[in-house]
Ligand binder design. Structure first.
Ligand SMILES: *Cc1c(COP(=O)(O)O)cnc(C)c1O
Length: 393
């Protein structure tokens, strides 16, 4: 085969061309494997650290005048692995895993199909995987999968942003046209991730309307303090909009009690005749532990030791309540061992998406025009990667 077509996988499943591609992939694996040394934290040698490091790279960088062989491309690409941090039995970092083999294979299928998850006509595989994982993880988290909805998005931070935008539009349907009203307040614990701070900037609510709630000794939110702070907001004429329940804080792993948070919100709503305060369970870190929500600690079929059982049981007692939240997130690129970025944003009532949806006329190539009802004009992204596929894997 000649010309530009040589740069693409074959169109007819030709085995000679497949073997050529396999050889190239194999060469990349060999180059990386040659850098591995189990006693070290990096692949090969880390570059010397100096202040001018990136400046230097930037100054040297030019687009080549001439094309080069695939072999040379592979050499240059695998040079990027030099000095790369590498997770192994000597090195485990919080929330920064190595993708496992199913994750790598899922990502490879995603890349080979290169579907756009914007529309099922463009990305049928990713659409099917997304519908499946939305249902599977809804059931796992305790949502009713017939009523819940979800989509993959840009990280745990993206899920906080998406949920905050939803909370505003749900309570203030005019805000999509008129802009965000003033005096809206959001609440999270002192140990919550900064995603909410950033999202309040970006949504336009303003970070001075973010109220930090005290934590208890176990690093979870002090819901008495939440109650008190929400009440103070109401008495001063403010409007409580949104509570971020950290269900697993990033570093200290405090798990907020969603049931107690929900009760505090409902008590406030009843006392002051308020619309429901939106609750997002930020399970970016903790979500993976919901896989133990039905674990039988008596029979202990996986044979965990006592210390592990004790910890998992305490997680279970808290995480089984995340289904009380209006939305939640799973970050598979943290404890789920998939490549970046693979996060699933879930809402308890998929009807909530109608508040942030676009009109059919505004979305000529999105949704409900192909195999069934796959409609994604409520996402903040336009084109989306098929990251549901590595999650499914
Ligand atoms: C990591 C983390 C986030 C941010 O998630 P990204 O996937 O990095 O965007 C948000 N909240 C918590 C609790 C986290 O641990």
């Amino acid at each position: 085969m000649k010309g530009i077509q040589a740069y693409y996988p074959s169109e007819d499943g030709c085995s000679a061309e497949r073997e050529k591609l396999m050889k190239q992939i194999n060469q990349m694996l060999i180059n990386i494997d040659n850098l591995k040394e189990p006693a070290k934290l990096t692949l090969g040698e880390a570059p010397e650290s100096m202040d001018s490091f990136y400046n230097h790279l930037s100054q040297q960088a030019v687009i080549p005048d001439e094309s080069m062989s695939i072999e040379k491309v592979i050499t240059q690409l695998t040079e990027l692995a030099e000095g790369h941090r590498y997770v192994n039995s000597r090195y485990v970092a919080n929330a920064a895993p190595l993708s496992n083999i199913p994750g790598i294979l899922g990502n490879l299928i995603m890349v080979l199909l290169n579907g756009n998850n914007l529309w099922d006509v463009e990305g049928s595989g990713a659409a099917m995987a997304e519908v499946k994982i939305t249902s599977m993880l809804s059931k796992l988290a305790g949502y009713d999968a017939d009523n819940s909805g979800g989509y993959t998005t840009w990280g745990g931070q993206g899920a906080v942003f998406n949920s905050l935008r939803l909370a505003v539009a749900k309570q203030f349907p005019d805000s999509n046209e008129e802009g965000v009203p003033r005096n809206l307040y959001c609440f999270c614990s002192e140990l919550a991730h900064y995603s909410l701070y950033k999202s309040m900037e970006a949504v336009g609510i303003g970070t001075k309307y973010l109220i930090r709630v005290k934590v208890k000794e176990d690093h979870s939110m002090d819901t008495d303090d939440l109650q008190e702070k929400m009440e103070q907001v109401v008495l001063k004429g403010g409007h409580p909009l949104y509570i971020l329940a950290s269900t697993g804080t990033t570093d200290t792993f405090g798990i907020d009690d969603v049931k107690a948070i929900k009760k505090a919100a409902e008590d406030l709503e009843a006392a002051y005749a308020l619309a429901p305060v939106f609750i997002h369970a930020d399970a970016a870190m903790g979500g993976m532990y919901t896989f133990f929500n039905d674990y039988d600690f008596e029979k202990n079929p996986l044979g965990f030791n006592r210390e592990v059982l004790y910890v998992l049981e305490s997680y279970q007692s808290k995480l089984k309540n995340i289904c009380l939240a209006d939305s939640l997130v799973f970050d598979f690129h943290k404890l789920g061992q998939t490549p970046y970025t693979s996060s699933l944003f879930l809402v308890k009532n998929k009807a909530d998406f109608s508040h942030v949806d676009l009109d059919h006329e505004e979305t000529p190539y999105v949704g409900n025009r192909s195999y069934g009802s796959y409609h994604t004009s409520y996402t903040l992204e336009c084109s989306r990667a098929g990251s549901s596929i590595p999650i499914y894997a």
